[in-house]
Design a protein around this ligand. Structure first.
Ligand code: NAP
Length: 277
């Protein structure tokens, strides 16, 4: 497959290249795109280098799949042009998520939805949604989920390379007095609440989740455990006695992998498989 990545110089773009290689995605040609600022830079790929092209001015013809990770404005402006040139667009931004003609796909949950893409665009949900859906699907099938209260803590990398650089600067500034900080991430305990139509016990939920694709049980899921891993870790599953049929659980997942790049590659795998049938 001839693959393009728009936003190749960013965090998600870098993880995308890694995941395409790790999963031995059948890439016959890789083209990398970013803003005019990065045009001419080279990035490593399979022992060689690929030159970054200016996304705004290139000819996209000849590509099979183009994955966008360059912000909503870029996706809005360029995705239709890329789709018109013949590629299937998989978009990581928020630009197309509310468009009824653009399927919103989590590979473990609704893979068949990729087939109905009248605009040639498939959207990746928000990273927190993608982390949560592989966990909620088997519980919903069992007990009929009717309401969800989610408390989320997003990684600073969710704000792009600039956000990570800002945190790095701040951390360096406070490093000498860090032991005086009153915060302890491991002591934070904000469970996620789910309300179901039918009763479901924590034991049954754990039994279902033990075999759910993209999910791994963990006694205490933490961001450190999830960073760099593909699965959604779920644990601390308890009955929530404040509501009828309530279940509380804690989950953690890597926003750059399943929350963005991994799901995009999994969708690309579905598109590639469909193209060969
Ligand atoms: P990032 O590290 O800041 O990278 C942004 C990328 O977009 C860079 O490659 C940048 O190229 C490119 N870009 C910016 N303006 C552009 C333009 N006008 N034309 C073409 N390329 C342009 O951001 P990120 O964390 O990788 O996130 C990228 C996208 O993925 C965003 O849409 C974000 O919402 C989405 N997303 C991110 C996460 C996450 O956890 N980070 C999760 C899910 C979805 P230059 O280097 O040339 O500026």
């Amino acid at each position: 497959m001839r693959i393009g990545i728009v936003g190749a110089t960013g965090q998600v773009g870098g993880v995308l290249r890694g995941i395409l290689a790790e999963r031995s995605f059948p890439v016959t040609e890789l083209r990398l795109f970013a803003s005019a600022r990065s045009a001419g830079r080279t990035l490593p790929w399979q022992g060689g280098e690929v030159t970054v092209e200016d996304a705004a001015t290139v000819d996209y013809r000849g590509l099979d799949i183009v994955i966008f990770s360059a912000g909503g404005a870029t996706s809005k402006a360029l995705a239709p042009k890329v789709a018109a040139a013949g590629a299937v667009v998989i978009d990581n931004s928020s630009a197309w998520r509310h468009d009824p003609d653009v399927p919103l796909v989590v590979s473990e949950v609704n893979p068949d939805a990729i087939a109905n893409r009248p605009k040639g665009i498939i959207a990746n949900p928000n990273c927190t949604t993608m982390a949560t859906m592989p966990v909620l699907r088997p519980l919903h099938q069992e007990a009929g989920l009717t309401a969800l209260v989610a408390t989320t803590y997003q990684a600073v990398s969710g704000s792009g390379l600039a956000g990570v650089a800002e945190l790095h600067t701040q951390v360096c500034k406070v490093a000498e007095t860090a032991d005086q900080l009153a915060f302890d991430g491991e002591s934070v305990d904000f469970p996620e609440l789910a309300v179901y139509e039918r009763p479901i016990t924590p034991e049954r939920a754990a039994e279902l989740l033990a075999t759910a694709p993209g999910v791994e049980l963990s006694s205490i899921p933490t961001p450190l455990q999830a960073a760099g891993k593909d699965v959604s870790y779920v644990g601390r599953i308890r009955t929530d006695e404040t509501v009828e049929h309530g279940l509380a659980l804690f989950l953690s997942n890597d926003n750059l992998r399943k929350g963005a790049a991994l799901n995009a590659v999994q969708i690309a795998e579905l598109v590639a498989a469909a193209a060969h049938t």
